[in-house]
Design a protein around this ligand. Structure first.
Ligand code: GDP
Length: 176
C-alpha cells in the first residue's frame, strides 16, 4: 500500500494533525514533551493507504548519539522505502523560514523525494502574519525550484485543511 509520511520538528503539531486527519483523538499520542514519538508508526486509512508518523527532527534535548541514530532511521526510511509516495513536511506558520527546514527540503530535492509542505497552527496567527511567513517560504523556495511543492494551510484546532490533504492523497492514490 502507498505510504504518506509526516515529519517536522518536535512540537510542530504533528500528532495533532495526524489525529485530525485520522478523525480520532487518541490515535497518535499528543504530548507537550517534545520528541516523544521515537519510532516510525503506521496507521491504516480507508483500507487503502498508510499514514506514517516519522520521528521529529531537531531535538534540543536528546543526546548527540541519539540524534544521529534517529537521523539514520529517518533518512533510510525516506530514501529506501518504495511505498513512500509523498512526504509531508510540517512547519509552524508562526516561524519565519528556518535553516533546518530549508536544508531538509534541499536534501529532499537533491534526492528526488516528492514532498508537500503543511503549515500548522494557522489559528494561532493573525491572517497577515501567517501569510507573510508562508510567502517568505515560497520566496525562498522559488530561488531553488522552478515549481513549488504543494502547500497546505492547516489548523488542527479548527480542523482547517483536512479535506485538502485527504483529497490530495486520494487523488494521487487514484493514479497509482
Ligand atoms: P508534535 O510534537 O509535533 O507531535 O506536536 P503536538 O501535536 O503534540 O502539539 C504540540 C503543541 O501544539 C500542543 O500543545 C498542541 O495542543 C499544540 N497544537 C498543535 N496543533 C495546533 C493547532 O492547530 N492549533 C493550536 N492552537 N495549537 C496546536
Amino acid at each position: 500500500l502507498p505510504e504518506y509520511a509526516f515529519i517536522g520538528r518536535s512540537n510542530v503539531g504533528k500528532s495533532s494533525l495526524i489525529n485530525m486527519l485520522c478523525n480520532r483523538k487518541d490515535l497518535a499520542m499528543t504530548s507537550s514533551r517534545p520528541g516523544k514519538t521515537l519510532l516510525i508508526n503506521h496507521f491504516l486509512i480507508n483500507k487503502n493507504w498508510h499514514l506514517v508518523d516519522l520521528p521529529g527532527y531537531g531535538y534540543a534535548t536528546a543526546g548527540k548519539k541519539m540524534r544521529d541514530q534517529l537521523q539514520d532511521i529517518i533518512e533510510s526510511y525516506i530514501l529506501n522505502r518504495e511505498q513512500l509516495t509523498c512526504l509531508f513536511l510540517l512547519i509552524d506558520c508562526r516561524h519565519e523560514p528556518q535553516k533546518i527546514d530549508l536544508e531538509f527540503m534541499e536534501w529532499l530535492g537533491e534526492n528526488g523525494v516528492p514532498f508537500s509542505i503543511v503549515f500548522t497552527k494557522l489559528d494561532k496567527l493573525t491572517h497577515a502574519k501567517g501569510k507573510s511567513n508562508v510567502q517568505a517560504y515560497k520566496d525562498k523556495l522559488s530561488e531553488q525550484w522552478e515549481e513549488l511543492p504543494p502547500i497546505f494551510l492547516t489548523s488542527s484546532e479548527k480542523r482547517t485543511g483536512r479535506d485538502e490533504i485527504l483529497g490530495y492523497i486520494e487523488g494521487i492514490n487514484k493514479t497509482l
